[in-house]
Design a protein around this ligand. Structure first.
Ligand code: ADP
Length: 192
């Protein structure tokens, strides 16, 4: 059983590394951003609720996000563990996740934080903007997302660090190098 959280600012490479790590550990990677984007693309009620927030680089309200994650974490494929990419992002989400897992007699095993300098983040996201066509990858929204992360999500690192769960790794370099660091961190956290 492994439950890991991947944290880091927009552009740090959480999504890419979550896929690699999930594959290696044989557990699902659960990305709240991906789930929201799929819902928006499918035009579901949840997607319609979320779209404005995504486009503006704002967090979707906790009530909406928490309801979605509650449902997702009850699915059978999470029994052997899972990896969270992009959740929790607020203190309230931390509390909801704690509560949800306690109800399942489970807990977070570790938090891997990907660290990348701000100017590198902006450069990466602008590069992706040119390729990937994400509605929130334009410079003003990118800058806003970084600010929202610093204000609302960065403080969560201290909360998890106080529980002895955090390993911070350097998110720069090529993808394979970063994957090596993430895998090493995950192994240590699992063993601990
Ligand atoms: P990034 O980390 O680059 O911002 P994500 O795909 O993780 O990309 O998130 C994209 C958007 O999805 C966020 O800006 C936000 O609108 C929404 N979102 C994702 N996860 C959450 C969450 N845990 N709480 C609220 N909103 C979220």
């Amino acid at each position: 059983m492994t439950i890991l959280v991947l944290m880091g600012p927009p552009g740090a490479g959480k999504g890419t590394q979550a896929e690699v790590l999930a594959d290696r550990l044989g557990v699902p990677a659960i990305s709240t951003g991906d789930i929201f984007r799929t819902q928006v693309a499918d035009g579901t009620a949840l997607g319609q609720q979320a779209k404005g927030y995504l486009d503006a680089g704002e967090y979707v309200p906790d009530s909406v996000t928490n309801a979605m994650i509650r449902e997702r974490l009850c699915a059978d494929d999470t029994r052997a563990g899972f990896l969270l990419d992009g959740y929790p992002r607020t203190l309230e989400q931390v509390a909801v996740l704690d509560d949800l897992l306690a109800g399942q007699r489970r807990f977070v095993d570790g938090v891997v934080v990907l660290e990348v300098q701000a100017d590198e983040l902006v450069a990466r996201l602008l590069h992706r903007a040119a390729e990937a066509n994400r509605s929130d990858d334009n410079e003003p929204v990118i800058r806003h997302r970084l600010k929202v992360y610093a204000e609302q999500t960065q403080p969560l690192i201290d909360v998890y660090a106080a529980r002895g769960l955090v390993t911070t790794i350097d998110g720069t370099g090529d993808t394979a190098q970063v994957s090596q660091r993430v895998l090493a961190a995950a192994n240590t956290l699992q063993a601990g």
